[in-house]
Design a protein around this ligand. Sequence first.
Ligand code: IDP
Ligand code: MG
Length: 139
Amino acid sequence: MATNRTFTMIKPDAVSAGNTGAITKMIEEAGFRIVAMKKTLLTPERAGQFYAVHKERPFYKDLCTYMSSGAIVPMILEKENAVEDFRNLIGATDPQKAAPGTIRNLFAKSIEANAIHGSDSDENAAIEGSFFFSQLEQY
Ligand code: IDP
Ligand code: MG
């Protein structure tokens, strides 16, 4: 079976709550291989670049402040049908609407502090992965 890749990051609320291990375990048990992973910080400016697609949205400034408020754990993941399967594993943006058993249902605090990011397309997965990691051909 062909595999493909997606990009994720565990967001500051989930890292500071000590849920990095539990979330990483769910990701591996769902069949994703962790290709690359690190713990790092975003400045507000870098958060703004990452979420530039949302810069006209009312929540943009708060989102950049929140995403630079503490450590994050970005990862590149590999699995057959990775992008779609990972979006299903994390659940809806708003944790109140996220299906039972999804990562956001279990760990998110709010629609903003929603525990985890997941790319929405193969194209964005590649762009977002290279925002944090280089020389991926060696992984
Ligand atoms: P997604 O992360 O499920 O793809 P997007 O619409 O791409 O959702 O939004 C990016 C991020 O912006 C969300 O994960 C969340 O942290 C934040 N966000 C989205 N909608 C709202 C909102 O209505 N209020 C506050 N923050 C929001
Ligand atoms: Mg999105």
